[in-house]
Design a protein around this ligand. Structure first.
Ligand SMILES: [Zn+2]
Length: 518
């Protein structure tokens, strides 16, 4: 690998999944992992295997099924974590174990209750144990950005000597500023023997809105791996956004002189896929992938654009995968055209799933004239979401209007194959639907937000329902599309219920839930 090659380490499935309400099931994680492979990331951090059986299964499935990138599993510096990480990764052609241990005084004193020499000893033991399993070992001194530089250098030196091949310097709490973070990277470069034989990596959080800026400053000082997530998902304010850092490097190649293996044309489809699967919307004015990122409003700008695009545009929309004209499919579009469109939108469906989508497409084409990308995405999404769902909707009907008591009847399938039906009244027809679903499933969730909007144009447009809810203090998101807004609302609500049940099932090890992860 050449000196100016930047390794892109994606942690959407690990740190990104720690975003409140962004938990995913196995099929959803696999879909994202395949999209990340197509995008061209070098390393996929697939999860934290000891955290829950769900995390373990996801890392194992991705390690077995996603060829190309290195697949990484996270572990604390202890035997059980590292052994479990290896168990999940052992079938992988290119496994990486990522061990971490906090080094800052505040974490040493209040979280770990360990002295400096104990930290050093644990770090060495962790790296050595992981090294017994595979050669590609990453070590992270958690909260490195708040660690005394001389102690940080000591820990890093010992981790390198113990066999770490990548040293990651996390700004775990998003506290760093660019010049200071860059100086820390420079200090390690200047003071740690053997540092030039390993890859220095950065992992920045966005609490002050500086994750990308801090990462870029560190790359300028010689860091050669960046840890990032699609749409900047992650704990609290999130992580460094992959699409932003990649396009900054590409657009300012004159300044950074770095290369990545990212196929930037896949950035927008991947962003949309992750947004739909996690239910986390991208803000309209978000850099690179926001809806307004390439929209020019001011007349003087539009005039300049018409004369010469580069007057107001530093990137070409097509380079991130934005096509100006949306391909419209209709009733007579064939299976082949649909298959191609689905692939372009970033989905990896098997023949059986494709058949289901094609049937749905034909049925939808009977109801509406023109089928847009958003319609196809909704169809593709519905086949990914089914599978491991605990409850699926068979039938919903409701009554509303003035002078009547709003009521609803709902029929649901339980995953064991039993059909359940119930009916109730509510403050309105949608409320009655939600109440009935809660009665059948026995899960009470607190509705925080509920939005309905049209996703395509025309009288026959599909309606999208979005729900944010809370269950046992955790945020849940649901999103669904249908030509019938009541059905879309019921499906979105059911998705929240399924996510709540998935959480319950996965929360076997509450101790690891509380672990703040680098
Ligand atoms: Zn993090």
């Amino acid at each position: 690998m050449t000196a100016n090659r930047l390794i892109v380490f994606d942690t959407t499935l690990r740190d990104g999944e720690q975003s409140p309400g962004a938990s995913m099931n196995l099929a959803e994680k696999l879909e994202i992992a395949l999209a990340l492979r197509d995008l061209g990331v070098d390393v996929i951090e697939a999860g934290f295997p000891i955290a829950s059986p769900g995390d373990f299964e996801a890392v194992q499935a991705i390690a077995r099924q996603v060829e190309g990138p290195s697949i990484c599993g996270l572990a604390r510096c202890n035997t059980a974590d590292i052994d479990r990480a290896w168990e999940a990764l052992s079938d992988c052609p290119r496994p990486r174990i990522h061990v971490f241990l906090a080094t800052s005084s505040i974490h040493r004193e209040f979280k770990l209750h360990m002295a400096k020499d104990e930290i050093v000893r644990r770090a060495i033991e962790g790296v050595e144990r992981a090294k017994g399993y595979c050669t590609d070992i990453e070590f992270s001194p958690e909260d490195a950005a708040r660690t005394e530089l001389d102690f940080l250098a000591e820990v890093v030196e010992r981790a390198v000597a113990a066999g770490a091949t990548t040293i990651n310097i996390p700004d775990t709490v998003g506290y760093a500023v660019p010049s200071q973070y860059a100086a820390a990277i420079r200090y390690l470069k200047d003071n740690v023997p053997g540092i030039d034989n390993v890859v220095l990596s950065v992992h920045c959080h966005n609490d002050l809105g500086l994750a990308v800026a801090n990462s870029l400053a560190a790359l300028h000082e010689g860091a050669r791996q960046v840890e990032c997530t699609i749409n900047g998902l992650g704990e609290r304010a999130g992580n460094c956004a992959l699409e932003e850092i990649v396009m900054a490097i590409k657009t300012r190649a004159d300044y950074f002189d770095l290369e990545t293996s990212i196929n930037t044309k896949r950035l927008l489809p991947t962003s949309r896929l992750v947004s739909r699967i996690t239910g986390m919307q991208v803000q309209r004015n978000k850099a690179i992938v926001g809806q307004n990122a390439f929209a020019h409003e001011a007349g003087i700008h539009q005039d300049g654009m018409l004369k010469e695009r580069s007057t107001y545009e530093i990137m070409r929309p097509e380079d991130i995968g934005l096509t100006r004209t949306e391909l419209v499919l209709g009733k007579h579009s064939g299976r082949h055209a649909l298959r191609q469109r689905i692939r372009d939108l970033g989905y990896h469906l098997n023949d059986e799933q494709l058949k289901t989508v094609f049937d749905g497409f034909k049925a939808l084409a009977d109801r509406k004239k023109e089928i847009y990308d958003a319609d196809i995405e909704a169809l593709a999404e519905s086949v990914i979401h089914t599978g491991p769902a605990f409850w699926t909707l068979e039938f919903v009907t409701c009554n509303g209007g003035s002078g009547t008591v709003p009521s609803a009847a709902v029929v649901l399938w339980h995953k064991d194959g039993t059909l359940y039906r119930d009916a109730s009244v509510g403050d309105g027809p949608v409320d009655a639907v939600f109440k009935t679903i809660e009665r059948i499933t026995g899960i009470d969730i607190t509705l925080k937000e509920y939005h309905v909007r049209s996703v395509t144009v025309g009288e026959d447009a599909q309606g999208e329902a979005q729900i944010e809810a809370e269950h046992h203090g955790r945020t849940l998101r649901g999103r669904a599309v249908s030509t019938d807004v009541i059905e879309a609302s019921a499906l979105a609500f059911l998705q929240c219920i399924n996510r709540a049940l998935l959480r319950q099932q996965q929360r076997i090890n509450p101790q690891t839930e509380a672990v703040s992860v680098s």
